[in-house]
Design a protein around this ligand. Structure first.
Ligand code: IVH
Length: 657
């Protein structure tokens, strides 16, 4: 039939054009010609949907809309890598490897700053993609990954394989996306990695298609079926038409490796995508088992992290913020400067000691970098540029209410102790309503500030009295009844929150979300905490004297108890249902592995079991709880049967894991 052939022909031509353009970076047809062919194919597929091929390039446009992402268990866990932050760490790694194998050859690859993905092909056709998740279980992102232009939907050979790589957002796609978001007054992404992660979790695959993600593939699961070396894996993947990073290097000595890493740190600034380090792997894959694994990562590889970019800028001023607990934080007001991809004008200076230890003075030039590439950090002063700046002096009074600040013994922070301090109050209110605390829809920072300035909101309990002023509130500029209705609904809903939310929302010093849950899990409701002693609190694992004293102090202050009593009268929930912490069935169990596993190496399985608290031993005895029998299990299996020990198959154990 004529159209069948034409559909096939168009599919092939367009896929080849995609490959040439997006993978080889070598366009072979004009955009005009491409669009014309693609439109023809779209029309034919609409007319003859049954003839649409599984590798049709029209899938790259997206269109699938999901309700959620399904969970998938990885056939082989996706491990992570241990990190090296300097040359010494690399030398230690190299020496450790050299003790096991003589003159190791190491392959170094750029560490692409994106998110790991696992891709499955059956008989050469792309069938599914999953995120790393927790390494064992990820999420099915097949329909989103299909939209990545450089991803082959069909391999040149009908192979059934699993490969892994990194999805990333090229810098130009990232800048374009943020420009669009700025124009639409949407929040910007901090960096290409966050943008890629946010994009891959979109439920509508056409949004993904429009954002131009890309992918580098670097791992072949079960490589020994095809090749013996990691450097050959890269060549093999490239032949299969995957996009493989050309920058990799074979190193036969530690000096070679260190030089190569310096070289990569230089060239990375000119690459069109972000890299955050170099991954170093033992090239000979046959040696990997011998070198082995820790619970979380292979010992035959390491991730060297590039030192973050440092820039110098002028410190124009030091200002002070008053937090919700009254803590005073000095803030560096900087001459705006570009660092690791975004403009920075402010950075925390933490406290008096931080500033004095580094002798930071107003009008100094300071070195700045982004910690974890996100939070700006002042590292040190450029003393060569100093002239006559006067020494920093910590303020003595609250910049907002002017009360005398107090620095407690053994603490670096200064506090404003005035409970009526407006700055403390407003920050306490913002924290109380925030998403991580009481999660009151419609009561974000701006609304809190407005309602506070108009006198409706001075303390926490006022939130739950706002409804009384409904008629007045709807007349405030920028509000109206729709938004006030939403706000009231959000406020009333928050009354039902379990008490751990409320405890965290109160903003007690040293009580984060996790501590709040631990406390309530132990004490059952908020009122029981009124009379709890420090010793009783310290009974809880993970709660020490500092936290316990801080909670004790809070609940032994009459005005704090008044707040909570008032909240109770206003209808807030002070109760907490305990959650049972269930231990894994393998916890403290003694397990023996025998025979060959199909989905995991022995070491990987051992690591998985140990993570869940099991003890993996070498020989079967009366103390053994389970024997995992893979293929061709021998005498250990016989012994298990003899001693009547429960034998599990690999599938059974995977389900139990
Ligand atoms: S190999 C056992 N190679 O870095 C894990 N990883 O810190 C083997 N990454 O989870 C990973 N570029 O998301 C490898 N060329 C590369 C990489 C790379 C980026 C990421 C990957 C991995 C993380 C490990």
């Amino acid at each position: 039939m004529e159209h069948t052939k034409r559909i096939e022909e168009l599919t092939n031509i367009i896929n080849e054009a995609n490959y040439n353009y997006h993978t080889l970076d070598n366009p072979t047809i004009s955009d005009y010609e491409y669009d014309k062919l693609l439109n023809e194919l779209i029309k034919l597929e609409e007319q003859y949907p049954n003839n649409k091929l599984p590798n049709s390039p029209t899938q790259k446009i997206g269109g699938v809309i999901l309700d959620n992402f399904k969970k998938v268990i990885h056939s082989v866990p996706m491990m992570s890598l241990s990190n090296a932050f300097n040359e010494t760490d690399l030398v230690i790694f190299y020496n450790r490897i050299s003790k096991i194998i003589e003159n190791p050859i190491l392959v170094s690859e750029l560490k692409i700053d994106g998110l790991a993905v696992s891709l499955k092909y059956v008989d050469g056709l792309f069938v599914s993609a999953a995120t790393r998740g927790n390494g064992i279980e990820g999420e099915d992102i097949t329909s989103n990954v299909k939209t990545i232009k450089s991803l082959p939907l069909k391999l040149p050979q009908p192979l059934t394989i699993e490969v892994r790589g990194e999805i990333f957002m090229p810098q130009n796609s990232f800048h374009k996306l943020n420009e669009e978001r700025m124009a639409n007054e949407e929040p910007l992404f901090a960096n290409p990695r966050n943008a890629a992660a946010g994009t891959i979790r979109q439920l509508d695959s056409s949004v993904v298609a429009s954002r131009n993600l890309d992918i580098f593939v670097y791992t072949l699961v079960d490589p020994l079926n095809h090749v013996n070396k990691q450097s050959e894996v890269l060549g093999f993947l490239s032949k299969l038409q995957f996009k493989v990073n050309k920058e990799y290097h074979l190193n036969s000595s530690i000096d070679d490796l260190l030089n190569n890493i310096k070289h990569y740190d230089l060239i990375r600034k000119n690459l069109p995508y972000d890299t955050d380090g170099v991954v170093v792997k033992v090239d000979d894959i046959n040696l990997h088992e011998l070198i082995g694994y820790t619970a979380k990562s292979p010992r035959w590889a390491i991730a060297y992290k590039f030192a973050p970019e440092e820039v110098i800028t002028k410190l124009n001023d030091i200002t002070f913020q008053v937090g919700r607990t009254g803590v005073i934080t000095p803030v560096a007001e900087l001459e705006p400067v570009l660092v690791s991809g975004s403009v920075v004008a402010r950075a925390t200076l933490h406290n008096e000691d931080f500033i004095n230890d580094r002798d930071i003075r107003i009008n100094d030039y300071v070195y700045l970098r982004k910690a974890g590439e996100i939070i700006p950090e002042v590292i040190k002063v450029d003393l060569s540029k100093r002239n006559n700046q006067t020494e920093f002096l910590m303020i003595t009074n609250c910049p907002v209410c002017n009360s005398v600040l107090v620095r407690k013994e053994n603490e670096a922070d200064h506090y404003c102790l005035n409970e009526a301090c407006p700055a403390r109050n407003i920050n306490a209110l913002i924290h109380f309503a925030s998403r991580v605390a009481m999660d009151i829809d419609g009561l974000g920072q701006r609304v809190v500030e407005t309602l506070n300035s108009l006198g409706y909101l001075n303390k926490i309990s006022d939130i739950y009295k706002l409804e009384q002023y409904y008629d007045e509130l709807i007349t405030i500029e920028g509000f109206g009844n729709k938004s006030i209705d939403k706000l009231i609904k959000g406020i009333n809903k928050s009354k039902e929150n379990k008490a751990d939310k409320l405890l965290f929302a109160l903003g007690i010093k040293n009580v984060g979300a996790k501590v709040a849950t631990l406390l309530l899990n132990h004490f059952g409701n908020l009122e029981n905490l009124f009379t709890a002693t420090i010793e009783e609190m310290e009974q809880i694992d993970e709660i020490g004297n500092v936290i316990a004293s801080s909670v004790y102090e809070y609940f032994n202050n009459e005005s704090n108890l008044e707040i909570i009593k008032e909240l109770k009268e206003l209808g807030l929930n002070l109760e907490y249902e305990k959650v049972l912490v269930i231990e894994h069935i393998f916890n403290k169990k003694v397990i023996v592995l025998t025979g060959t596993l199909t989905n995991y190496s022995r070491n990987e399985m051992k690591a998985l079991l140990e993570e869940r608290g099991a003890k993996v031993t070498g020989s079967v005895s009366k103390k053994t709880d389970y024997v995992l029998a893979g293929e061709d299990a021998g005498s250990k299996l016989d012994k298990a049967n003899e001693l009547n020990i429960k034998v599990l198959s690999e599938t059974e154990i995977m389900e139990m894991l």
